[in-house]
Ligand binder design. Structure first.
Ligand code: PMT
Length: 221
């Protein structure tokens, strides 16, 4: 299979030296990409700025901003059989980026006007076809309820709900605790495990899903 994975944060520039971003380390996305490559799939990893070293057996596209990530995903979407959006894409960016460093001198406050970034999953929704789309939902409130809503709104086959308010899961940790909510209504709550293990199990879920699809196509003939 050809699997397109996104990982890490995006950065949205305020001026040449400052940006807004989030705490994503890229560990979850890199673990999924590594698991997929290890299981013999062709992998393209679209990575935001992180300090991780990708495995040699995959195609890596480095990006910085949400818009660059969107363009990279669009460029590879027709190539892939499955898309896994584990990146923590910035939802907002400054309306304007200052060309020169904003000076602190004589300023008592600085207001930033933020505008929404384009939602990448919504942007490629019309190109889904038979592809498997997997999203993640980083939640601090009611993870399942909000994740279910996001899965529907973004037209995903699966959403991986991530409670990011726990110390042992979510951003930066080596472990994760996730709940899988799929389009057929199935729910799987996985116990705390390493992100490497989550990666392997998620890739297996995608493989299984692909087999079911292929069988359906075969049976129709
Ligand atoms: O990188 P780590 O430190 O290992 O942390 C892992 C993680 C917490 C970042 C990861 O497990 C995770 O939860 N990733 C999704 C984070 C997120 O942006 O969630 P969201 O609920 O804001 O977005 C929902 C989905 O829409 C995600 O699949 C996201 O990639 C996608 N999205 C979001 C914004 C946007 N502009 N375009 C998108 O496609």
């Amino acid at each position: 299979m050809k699997i397109l994975v996104t990982a890490g944060p995006t950065r949205e520039a305020i001026d040449p030296v400052r940006f807004i971003s989030n705490r994503s380390s890229g560990k979850m996305g890199y673990a999924i990409a590594a698991a997929a490559a290890h299981r013999g799939h062709e992998v393209t990893l679209v990575s935001g700025p992180v300090s991780l070293q990708p495995a040699a057996n995959m195609n890596v596209v480095n990006v910085v901003t949400a818009d660059q990530m969107r363009l990279a995903v669009r460029r590879h979407i027709r190539w892939c059989d499955a898309l896994v959006m584990s990146a923590a894409v910035a939802d907002w960016r400054p309306a304007a980026t200052a060309v020169k460093k904003i000076k602190k001198r004589n300023r008592r406050a600085l207001s930033l006007k933020l505008v929404p970034t384009v939602d990448i999953l919504r942007d490629v929704r019309a190109l889904k076809g038979r592809r498997i789309y997997v999203g993640f939902a980083a939640e601090t409130g009611a993870p399942e309820k909000d994740a279910r809503r996001k899965r529907k709104e973004k037209g995903l086959d699966l959403i991986v709900a991530n409670n990011v308010s726990r110390q042992d899961s979510g951003f930066e940790t080596d472990t994760n605790r996730v709940i899988l909510l799929s389009a057929d209504g199935a729910r799987e709550a996985w116990p705390l495990m390493t992100k490497a293990r989550v990666g392997v199990r998620l890739v297996r879920w995608i493989e299984q899903q692909m087999l079911v699809r292929l069988k359906k196509v075969h049976d129709k003939r």
